[in-house]
Design a protein around this ligand. Structure first.
Ligand SMILES: Cc1ncc(COP(=O)(O)O)c(C=O)c1O
Length: 243
């Protein structure tokens, strides 16, 4: 085992699920912190003064973006479990997929690079090849961290096209380098990634026990999925709404 692998293994933190989650299957053993955790920022919940809402409602915004800079936002929560698994499995490459400007892909690429793994991104766009992609937004950050980008048509479905493409890529990498790749589904939403949002729920509720509804954006579904599982397991009566 190389010294880099040993250093990474030392960064893993044992995951201790909350009591209400202990009956779940496939509980991750470890996680890795991808952004500095400042307790004040983790708990940051700001009042949001929307002019048009009726007076009896109060709206707060949870600052999930405040946990870091380029590596921040809701995707970090899932990646802290997924990349810990990649480290445990000794993978040298991380492959994921999403839209051309996907935040999930950008954060995965930066985090993988920071951990010494090579990022590969299968990106949906109607563009011929990587050289035609340009340098805007997240693509610039992908380029800056040396992520390999592979284009697929914009409407490619995950199961029939993106997933097989990622598997083929892993096979090619194995043949060429003898190294293993870790595959992350679109948005990092799978049974492991979802634990990130059990953690968010665990942090959130004691801080704002009076809330009645949680509203989140929905892309791949892991964020709202994790919150709903936690809501059910804790017996909380908070309503989760996603759009
Ligand atoms: C800020 C924000 N919130 C929520 C979501 C949805 O997350 P998920 O892919 O877990 O449904 C996304 C991603 O699309 C996002 O960027």
């Amino acid at each position: 085992m190389g010294s880099k692998t040993v250093t990474l293994l030392k960064r893993l933190l044992p995951y201790d699920p909350p009591r209400w989650a202990q009956g779940l299957k496939n509980i991750p053993r470890n996680l890795i912190r991808l952004s500095p955790r400042d307790d004040d920022k983790v708990g940051m919940i700001n009042p949001w003064n929307l002019p048009s809402i009726p007076k009896q409602f109060e709206v707060f915004i949870r600052r999930e973006d405040a946990i870091g800079a380029a590596i921040s936002g809701n995707k970090v929560r899932k990646l802290e479990f997924l990349l810990a698994d990649a480290i445990e499995k000794g993978c040298k490459h991380v492959i994921t997929c999403g839209g051309i400007q996907s935040n999930h892909c950008r954060i995965t690429a930066l985090a993988a690079r920071e951990l010494g793994m090579t990022p590969h991104l299968v990106l949906r766009a109607n563009i011929g090849s990587e050289s035609d992609v340009g340098c805007e937004g997240n693509v610039l950050l992908n380029r800056m961290c040396g992520a390999q980008m592979y284009m697929v048509p914009k409407l490619s479905p995950y199961l029939s096209e993106l997933k097989p493409r990622m598997e083929k890529l892993a096979e090619t990498i194995r043949e060429k380098t003898g190294e293993e790749s870790y595959l992350i589904p679109v948005g990092g939403s799978n049974t492991l990634g979802v634990f990130g949002f059990l953690t968010v729920f665990e942090e959130l509720l004691p801080r704002i026990p009076w809330i009645t509804d949680i509203v989140v954006a929905c892309g791949s579904g892991g964020t709202v999925g994790g919150l709903c599982i936690a809501n059910h397991l804790t017996g909380s009566k908070v309503k989760s709404v996603s759009s």
